[in-house]
Design a protein around this ligand. Structure first.
Ligand code: ZN
Length: 362
């Protein structure tokens, strides 16, 4: 599966036999088809907290100490829930580092966790299209299964043609918009645990404040990129919200077909664009094949334009757990700082909070 270059939405199938649950469960598969390492249902053990012993230590079920047992999907959602719920919940994120949520299928272990949870939070907008049946199943058991993007005004969502009539689910790329989900999570948690509602509210407000500062940082950083170089060329279509929120134009190297003839002509036209606009750098992502990007770099070289690889960006998954880049804030700091510096703008080498681990090529 190395060469399965993403076709935006291989409308392969609509999720099978689904009822219930308020999602239109089409199967969106991905903007990034290349989960080379391939395993759909990654190691769900990765972030597991739920089952681990905590100091409460009653028997072997730490979640029986009055905490909510929460299961989430992508790490960006997990982050919100962990921050807002803090010590009131055990939170277990199913989709770990480097795993493509569009292609993720819940394994048996994951399904068991979902069924055992008090609440399930996921992104929604069909990001986790292959989990639709599982969400429906949990919902039928009367458990709350909650898409965090549900409260966002639909007017604010993107519906670009390449998503074939669906919303673009990559909302986290616009920090201000994503922060609206924080309130939805706080509200839902308060329904589940009324006595902690005030704490949830306070933590949600604090987190939103940080996100708002991060949003300002990104806006200011991107605005320092010379206007004529404000092009983000990348292999994944995750950056649409980033583009519209922060004023940079995205050109995605995707939709390039696996057919070699078509690929060559797509790559050539991209090379033309880059050379004409003197775009200095191109970006790769943690979960996408680098093959086409290399072809573009080579094409530019033949035309006498030295195109650099700007940085590896995080699109649908964050960095390793326990690192700064393994938090939502760190991920967005990383992306915006690297984009800004590679395209000739000004941003601190170690990012907004001075915490970025790897220095940025400039
Ligand atoms: Zn995606």
């Amino acid at each position: 599966m190395q060469w399965n270059i993403p076709r935006p939405f291989t409308s392969t199938s609509r999720a099978t036999g689904l009822s219930g649950i308020a999602l239109a469960l089409g199967l969106i598969c991905g903007c990034s088809g290349s989960n080379d390492a391939g395993v759909p249902n990654g190691s769900s053990e990765g972030t597991g907290i739920a089952g681990s012993a905590s100091e409460g230590g009653v028997g072997d079920h730490s979640d029986s100490v009055g905490k909510l047992n929460i299961v989430t999907t992508i790490a960006m959602v997990t982050d919100i829930v962990r921050v807002v719920a803090a010590d009131r919940a055990n939170v277990d994120g199913l989709i770990g580092e480097g795993i493509d949520p569009h292609l993720f299928t819940a394994g048996r272990n994951d399904v068991q966790k979902l069924l055992a949870a008090d609440v399930v939070f996921y992104c929604g907008l069909m990001l986790e299209g292959r989990m639709a049946d599982d969400f429906a199943r949990v919902g039928r058991k009367g458990k709350p299964v909650f898409p965090v993007t549900e409260g966002i005004d639909r007017e604010k969502l993107r519906e670009p043609p390449e998503f074939e009539g669906h919303w673009d689910p990559h909302v986290w790329m616009d920090v201000a918009l994503w922060s609206e989900c924080v309130d939805s999570v706080a509200k839902e948690l308060s329904i589940q645990d009324e006595s902690s509602a005030a704490d949830f509210r306070t933590r949600a407000d604090d987190y939103r404040k940080q996100l708002s500062e991060l949003d300002t940082y990104i806006r200011e950083a991107v605005s320092t990129i010379p206007q004529e170089q404000r092009y983000l060329i990348t292999a994944h279509d995750a950056f649409g919200y980033f583009a519209s929120a922060y004023g940079i134009e995205v050109k995605a190297i995707q939709g390039i077909s696996t057919d070699s003839q078509a690929a060559i002509s797509d790559i050539n036209s991209l090379v033309d664009f880059i050379v004409e606009n003197k775009v200095p750098a191109i970006f790769v992502e943690s979960s996408v094949s680098k093959k086409n990007i290399e072809a573009v770099i080579e094409g530019c070289g033949q035309r006498g334009w030295e195109l650099r690889i700007g940085a590896e960006l995080f699109s649908d998954a964050m960095g390793p757990p326990g690192t700064y880049e393994g938090t939502y804030i760190g991920m967005m700091d990383h992306n915006s700082t690297k984009i800004t510096r590679a395209l000739g703008g000004e941003a601190p080498e170690h990012g907004w909070q001075g915490k970025l681990a790897v220095s940025v090529k400039h």
